[in-house]
Design a protein around this ligand. Structure first.
Ligand code: FAQ
Length: 353
């Protein structure tokens, strides 16, 4: 660079000399910028390599560790969708608390719905460890920007639906969430351990309701069969699109956020659930369902993916009702937040006085 400046000084008159200096300055700044960008890319590449090595060695990623931006964004999307699902998932069952057939059933259902609220709270906390703002996350649900599980956009028409939700929906949730206990992101994995313990209680209470109804009067058995008919296919859809259409699976598996593909988990769910239905004398509503001796698993009929994408896109039977209920809950609960804040402020003012 100095040689170049010297050459300009020797060979140029005053006017050309200053133009040349400007040009040299521009070229120099450009070279510096390209260099900085190149170095930054090398730095990020080596950080990414170190990060992937940790993942490959099954070392958990913790909130203060370096992580690629897309890993963070994928987790915020998945965990917040999961949190919203727990909270919206309280609505279809909450609808039956006042109509439970006896005190025992009412107490159990109440406890289950409270558990879902707890799951939502752990999961919102997990998104906060990634830098997400809880209020913004919840606003995204209320504005329709954020997704939540498609299953909760179906109505609960009879008491047997409480059985079907516990048995099938919590059953599918466990199938999907047990592997999440080994997710590479520490706070999510740890939250899932407790969530799965509670979900397995939920699954058993649902199966118990179905067993009782299926062995009850003709009307009760019909009610149980009707609930199974309506919840079977939406439960299979809970696992997400088929692997061919799942845009996140490949990367999420490399990062060990997901440990199995959507289709693998769906198949495991079918294989476990079909014998349970047979055991209680109910029929899975699928004419193409048959045991495949060579794969030692069930082949099942075609899933209506058009229905799935309609529901995910906001056009399911209850999408509007669900989001409206959550918005109303926020509005109605404003005074509680204000009272809690006033109390907290008063207490901290007292402490500092
Ligand atoms: N509903 O590329 P993929 C429960 C979206 S909790 C709506 O395959 P990914 C407890 C997906 O977000 C139930 N949207 O995505 C309970 C993505 O959206 P984008 C919830 C869905 O993430 C029981 C796009 O489609 N559980 O039930 C659904 O790799 C009883 C492409 O999909 C969890 O959230 C769906 N079913 O795999 C409560 C578990 N499936 O990016 C009350 C954690 C996919 O285009 C009562 N989540 N999408 O905006 C996961 O394991 C994954 O996120 C999957 C989807 C497997 C759900």
């Amino acid at each position: 660079m100095l040689k170049l400046i010297n050459l300009i000084l020797i060979t140029s008159d005053r006017k050309h000399c200053s133009i040349s200096f400007v040009l040299v300055g521009v070229v120099y700044t450009y070279i510096c910028l390209v260099n900085a960008l190149f170095m930054k890319n090398i730095d990020i590449k080596s950080l990414e390599e170190k990060f992937q090595k940790k993942i490959d060695a099954d070392i958990k990623i913790e909130p203060n560790d370096w992580m690629p931006d897309n890993y963070r964004a994928t987790l915020i999307r998945q965990i917040s969708q999961h949190a919203h699902s727990e909270i919206v998932g309280m609505l279809p069952e909450g609808n039956w608390i006042t109509r439970a057939p006896n005190l025992r059933r009412k107490a159990v259902l109440l406890a289950k719905v409270q558990d879902e609220a707890g799951h939502g709270l752990y999961l919102y906390c997990a998104t906060e460890t990634l830098g997400a703002d809880r209020e913004e996350t919840i606003d995204d649900l209320h504005s329709g920007k954020a997704k939540y599980s498609s299953i909760f956009n179906y109505p609960t028409l009879s008491w047997a639906d409480m059985g079907a939700i516990g048995w099938l929906v919590d059953g599918a949730a466990i199938m999907n969430q047990v592997p999440l206990c080994r997710c590479s992101y520490g706070p999510y994995a740890r939250a899932m351990v407790r969530v799965c313990k509670e979900e397995s209680f939920h699954q058993r209470q649902g199966f118990e309701i179905m067993t009782k109804l299926a062995s009850g009067t003709k009307e009760q058995k019909e009610m149980a069969q009707d609930a199974l008919n309506r919840f079977w296919w939406p439960s299979l859809m809970m696992f997400g699109p088929s692997d061919a259409d799942s845009k996140h699976t490949d990367q999420s598996m490399k990062w060990k956020i997901k440990r199995h593909t959507n289709d693998e988990l769906r198949q495991q769910f079918v294989d476990i659930t079909v014998p349970q239905a047979e055991m209680i004398g109910l029929t899975i509503p699928d004419n193409d369902l048959k045991w495949n001796e060579s794969t030692k698993s069930y082949t099942y009929g075609a899933i209506n993916w058009d229905e799935f994408w309609q529901v995910v896109g906001g056009n399911g039977p209850c999408n509007k009702e669900r989001v409206d209920a959550r918005r109303k809950a926020k509005e109605d609960g404003k005074w509680v937040v204000e009272a809690a804040m006033a109390f907290a402020n008063k207490r901290s003012a007292k402490k500092s006085a």
